[in-house]
Design a protein around this ligand. Structure first.
Ligand code: DGL
Length: 274
């Protein structure tokens, strides 16, 4: 860590937040990053709303105590769409940047008026998501698709497992809708894990669509909150913390280094499985 640089914690249930981290690094190479993956409780999509709020509160208390961030990016739609109000009232002096399903830009850009939102089942069930649809996509027909499969597949892919094309094709199929000669033209990737699968998502789509990734908007928001000019400290390595404390296998460590992250056992936050 370097003295004086703003410190951002980038937080996700797992490694999906890496897709947000890439955009953050491009926008603000001067920021010291601590990436925290709550792998002990992954996947968040399976947790009830009460259990998820409790878990995120517990993890955040440890993060704040151990890492004293200047800003926290909740790089997880499943957590952001539920827990942000709780976090903001628990830490009124700490700015939080959340991931909002990119329904508004997708609806604006759609020509066919048919858009889909691909997310975890948790995100699809949220009142917050339904409110976004009502407020920003009233002119569109919106298909919400919850997948419990894709985030774990993306984690496996990062660990070097072969992708299961059939499973991916099956999961994304409900996103592709035809109606009165029109067809879906925008699919919102409302889970930060999903852009890790972008090559397969594009290859396995029944027809070409624009997949909408919220990462650049999150990086812009962080830049705005931090203010000031970005530094030029490109290439700085950030700390990677797994809530389980388990070191990643060597192959994954290599992959994580490509994202500019190094597993840091001493940065552990000491949490058990949810
Ligand atoms: N990366 C996550 C999201 O954006 C969560 C996936 C999960 O833990 O189920 O929703």
């Amino acid at each position: 860590m370097s003295a004086g640089a703003p410190r951002a914690v980038v937080f996700d249930s797992g490694l999906g937040g890496l897709t947000v981290l890439g955009a953050i690094r491009a926008a603000r190479p001067d920021v010291d990053i601590v990436y925290v993956a709550d792998d002990a409780a992954f996947p968040y999509g399976r947790l009830s709303e009460a259990a998820l709020i409790a878990r995120v509160n517990t993890v955040m208390a440890r993060i704040v105590a151990c890492h004293r961030p200047g800003v926290v990016v909740i790089a997880c739609s499943t957590a952001s769409t539920l827990a942000l109000p709780h976090l903001r009232s628990a830490y009124p002096d700490l700015p939080f940047v959340g991931v909002v399903p990119a329904i508004k830009p997708a609806a604006k850009a759609s020509r066919s008026g048919l858009i889909s939102v691909l997310a975890t089942r948790g995100t699809v069930a949220r009142d917050y998501t339904h409110a976004l649809v009502r407020e920003h996509a009233a002119d569109c027909e919106v298909t919400l698709v919850g997948s419990p499969v894709l985030a774990p597949l993306a984690e496996g892919f990062l660990r070097g497992e072969k992708l299961d094309d059939e499973a991916i094709a099956r999961e994304i199929a409900p996103c592709f809708v035809t109606k009165d000669g029109r067809r879906t033209d925008r699919v919102v990737l409302a889970c930060t894990h999903f852009p890790l699968l972008i090559e397969a998502l594009e290859r396995l789509a029944p027809w070409p669509v624009a997949y909408v990734d919220p990462a650049p908007a999150i990086a812009r928001r962080l830049d705005f909150l931090l203010g000031g000019a970005a530094g030029t400290a490109a290439g700085r390595t950030g700390a990677l913390v797994f809530s389980s404390g388990r070191p990643p296998p060597p192959r994954l460590q290599k992959t994580l280094l490509r994202y500019g992250l190094e597993f840091t056992p001493t940065a552990a936050i000491g949490l058990e499985t949810a």
